[in-house]
Design a binder for this molecule. Structure first.
Ligand code: ATP
Ligand code: MG
Length: 389
């Protein structure tokens, strides 16, 4: 029996004239993900993408696992291909579905007939297929309200397809349809979730991490790479810039009032991130800030860090509680890595009484003794790049 994978796009159907571009991007993302599994043929029609394996030993389970991580996919399923002929449908349905039907007690058949020239109407298809299943599996009964499984028969332009249930996709928009942004990534819980959340809206990601050796260790950098590799499963390869931040932190320690350390450090991070973002073709920054979570995430503190950026700063977690963030962190398999103990440059130089309500101009005065331009140049010249996938 010939089998294929059917993929439904969700929000893409809302995109009007742009829809074709969105679908094409999603198709090329799917192609890239499935490439190593062997040759496939991909076609699209009526908000559905059809993936037809061209080799005998195609690993369907692995393909489904990979498709689950592709943004833009609303739902997907394996399906059996039939001729547009009721006899063929009735012959194949019990055989193809046997594995599923043996495990359940109740079912319901749904039919979709986009080819209106097919001689059976949808309710007739449901009746016929339902009766054939009942004939072959005596332990089953029909439950139209709360079935264990919904069997779907779709009659389309060239073939009919039979499937049992469907799997929820990752949703969102295909990577590459919203441009490129630079995520400030630490080893904590929040920033990987912020990265994933924005990738889900179609952004290609670059990442930047500030390290302060010897105060921070190579282990902390490795942790950041591991976290990014979890995000890259969804977003595709991420270019990572590791910025040496020690000199800047030591200079801040020497030249600035202690209660401004954190704010000035964050302003320096934003300045450098914006430069790197611009040279990497990014048009926004992403951070994992959540309003009020820590001293540097009050509104005045955010205004003070935004003050040094001309690029938009996306903060997808701004209105989320820690619990909501942790839920996503677990869902993308980042949580266990995020909670490993590590030193972050932010934690190493934390002042005892950080300023939470800086007024306009106060940060500028507090950082007046720094040679900002020289510090930025030194840091940027020491960046190490790597690619995470
Ligand atoms: P996270 O869990 O992401 O570490 P956090 O709650 O610890 O966040 P902060 O330490 O105030 O919050 O950092 C706020 C944001 O600043 C982070 O989400 C991240 O985007 C960025 N950031 C913090 N430290 C670093 C770093 N060492 N390198 C790059 N970005 C950082
Ligand atoms: Mg942190």
């Amino acid at each position: 029996m010939k089998e294929i994978i059917l993929i439904k796009d969700g929000e893409l159907s809302l995109k009007g004239l742009n829809r074709c571009n969105f679908e094409d991007k999603m198709i090329s993302n799917i192609k890239r993900r499935l490439k190593s599994l062997g040759e496939i043929k991909i076609t699209k029609a009526q908000s559905t993408i059809y993936i037809e394996p061209l080799s005998e030993d195609f690993d369907f389970e692995e393909a489904l696992n990979r498709i689950k991580l592709v943004f833009g996919v609303a739902a997907f399923s394996r399906a059996c291909v039939c001729n547009k002929d009721m006899d063929d449908i009735l012959l194949k349905a019990p055989m193809y579905l046997a594995h599923t039907l043996n495990k359940i007690k109740t079912f319901k058949v749904e039919a979709k007939r986009s080819d209106k020239s097919f001689p059976f109407k949808s309710p007739e298809i449901c009746r016929e297929v339902g009766a054939e299943i009942l004939k072959n599996f005596s332990h089953l009964s029909v439950d139209v309200h709360n079935p264990d499984e919904i069997i779907t028969v779709e009659v389309r332009d060239y073939s009919a397809y039979i499937r049992a249930g469907q799997i929820h996709g990752a949703g969102g928009l295909p990577i590459g349809t919203s441009g490129r942004a630079e995520v400030l990534i630490s080893g904590g819980i929040d920033s990987p979730v912020a990265a994933w959340t924005m990738a889900k809206r179609g952004l290609i990601l670059n990442a930047i991490h500030f390290a302060s050796p010897p105060y921070t260790s190579p282990r902390a950098e490795q942790k950041v790479k591991t976290l990014l590799s979890k995000v890259a499963k969804y977003s595709g390869t991420i270019k990572l810039a590791i910025v040496p931040f020690t000199e800047i932190q030591e200079e801040i320690g020497k030249c600035c009032p202690e209660d401004y350390f954190t704010l000035i450090m964050r302003r320096m991070m934003m300045r450098i991130s914006q430069r790197v973002a611009q040279s990497d073709g990014c048009s926004a920054l992403i951070t994992g800030e959540s309003l009020g979570q820590v001293a540097s995430q009050t509104l005045p503190a955010i205004a003070s860090t935004d003050g040094v950026c001309s690029m938009p700063v996306l903060r997808p977690l701004i209105g989320m509680d820690k619990e909501e963030i942790i839920k996503i962190s677990k869902q993308i398999d980042a949580f266990e890595t995020s909670i490993l103990p590590y030193e972050d440059c932010c934690t190493v130089f934390t002042p005892k009484h950080p300023h939470t309500r800086p007024k306009a101009g106060q940060c500028e005065a507090a950082e007046a003794k720094l040679d900002i331009e020289k510090l930025i140049e030194n840091a940027i010249s020491g960046i190490e790049y790597s690619y995470i996938d």
